[in-house]
Design a protein around this ligand. Structure first.
Ligand code: FES
Length: 167
């Protein structure tokens, strides 16, 4: 299945939005990531074909922006800012404790595939450290207790949203 099979309306919407279709590259990468969980090799080729560019151009954009992934990630992508202003307030230790809690190394994904934790440069809320981003949601003034509570809420949310297996 290609993006033109599953997301044709979205793809065409973005291709039609710009005078130069190359400008649609970022939205198309987002669509691929939404659709497959990460940007597959097939999606890179399809996007390159749609935009009449080489796949290296598509991969260049993917490599430049941290929000694009070329490998599977957890359902919840947790970014913790460990940039200098947050680091001065203990962000690295906070990140390590959250890694320990989830049982992963920084950059790793939990065995159940729910959480990927990544350390990140400035998330733009330096005065409200500790700062986390989960998927597209920001969480400021975090501490261990709040972060662990958030992970538990997300686990429950995932359990509730799982389709009924009938077992
Ligand atoms: S340095 Fe952490 S949010 Fe800016």
């Amino acid at each position: 299945m290609s993006l033109m099979d599953t997301r044709k309306a979205d793809v065409e919407h973005h291709l039609g939005k710009y005078p130069d279709k190359l400008s649609a590259i970022m939205p198309l990468l987002y669509i691929a990531q939404e659709e497959y969980g990460y940007i597959t090799n097939e999606a890179v080729e399809e996007i390159a074909n749609l935009l009449d560019v080489d796949t290296t151009h598509v991969r260049g954009i993917m490599g430049f922006y941290v929000m694009y992934h070329d490998e599977p990630k957890g359902k919840y992508l947790v970014y913790i800012c460990t940039d200098l202003p947050c680091a001065l307030k203990g962000a690295e230790a906070f990140s390590q404790r959250m890694c320990d809690h989830l049982g992963v190394e920084a950059g790793g994904t939990t065995e159940d595939g729910l959480f990927t934790l990544e350390e990140m440069m400035c998330l733009g809320a330096c005065h409200r450290t500790q700062v986390m981003q989960v998927n597209f949601q920001f969480h400021e003034n975090m501490d261990d207790e709040k972060a662990i509570k958030l992970f538990e809420e997300l686990r429950r949310e995932h359990e509730v949203s799982k389709p009924f297996s009938g077992e």
